[in-house]
Design a protein around this ligand. Structure first.
Ligand code: NAD
Length: 253
């Protein structure tokens, strides 16, 4: 039997990258998955690839009404909702003094408010299902700062913080809430931030214990563990998967 047999998951930002890897991993372990994203074409392609176990739903995580629709669709399609992966996110690099209010608000709106709306939207259906697991994708930027990432870092600290509050409020309902803190993972988000196309990751790889950047599947596997009953006593906790990036306090070289 699959590790997620009988579970129904809603994964945001699942059209590509780590969210798509999670959708594939969850379905392979027996879950039904609602692939939610603003990018429709890739999301539909992925749903087709995954067959009856997955459907695509257009969802902008900043849109409160669209959350209600996505949750309703999940329950209509698959009968309940047991797992939410708040994975959708955007990255924006700029020096603090050059970060416009619009830049800051856009990042906070997707990464922070999107996560808040997701958390709030699934409480009732998870209670009805007798419990559930919420996985919030933060970052190593939710544990420490990085220059030129003021909005992103603030948003990912917020995700880490609201994970604790939700875990404390929802524990007795059988709803577990945890955060994942990936280091640098090879996805389009990072490629776009570094100018698009192929890029040399060796200078980043040299800075982490494992000597390489991560693959989306390596984060999906952490999400899979947290979504499954194997993590039944984990809540309010931080799960770091960063190749050892945060293992050091050394000054940068
Ligand atoms: N790649 C990394 O190095 C890294 C490291 C740490 C944390 N993260 C986090 O992991 C998560 C996944 O990122 P990724 O690396 O797979 O990037 P990605 O850009 O490949 O995927 C992000 C997905 O989110 C979707 N999205 C963006 N705005 C949205 C919105 N308003 N509503 C719904 N969907 C939206 C995008 O369309 C995309 O499909 C993000 O939260 C990101 O901040 C990434």
């Amino acid at each position: 039997m699959g590790r997620l047999a009988g579970k129904v998951a809603l994964i945001t930002g699942a059209s590509r990258g780590q969210g798509a890897a999670a959708a594939r991993a969850f379905v392979a372990e027996g879950a039904k998955v609602l692939i939610a994203d603003v990018v429709e074409e890739l999301g539909k392609e992925l749903a087709d690839e995954l067959g009856d176990a997955a459907v695509f739903q257009q969802l902008d995580v900043t849109d409160e009404a669209a959350w209600a629709t996505a949750v309703e669709r999940t329950v209509d399609e698959f009968g309940s909702l047991n797992v939410l992966v708040n994975n959708a996110g955007v990255l924006h690099f700029s020096r603090l003094e050059d970060t416009t209010l619009a830049d800051y608000q856009r990042v906070m709106s997707v990464n922070q408010i999107g996560t808040f709306l997701g958390l709030r939207s699934v409480v009732a259906p998870m209670r009805k299902a007798g419990g559930g697991s919420i996985v919030n994708v933060s970052s190593v930027e939710g544990l420490a700062g990085t220059p030129f990432l003021v909005a992103y870092t603030a948003s990912k600290f917020a995700v880490r913080g609201m994970t604790k509050v939700a875990a404390l409020e929802l524990g007795t309902d059988g709803i577990r809430v945890n955060s994942i803190h990936p280091g640098m993972i090879d996805t389009q988000m990072v490629r776009d931030a570094l100018g698009g196309g192929e890029f040399d990751t060796s200078w980043i790889a040299k800075k982490v214990a494992l000597g390489r950047v991560g693959e989306p599947r390596e984060i999906a596997d952490v999400a899979l563990f947290l979504a499954s009953d194997e993590s039944s006593y984990c809540t309010g906790a931080e799960f770091v998967a960063d190749g050892g990036a945060t293992a050091t306090h050394a000054l940068k070289v």
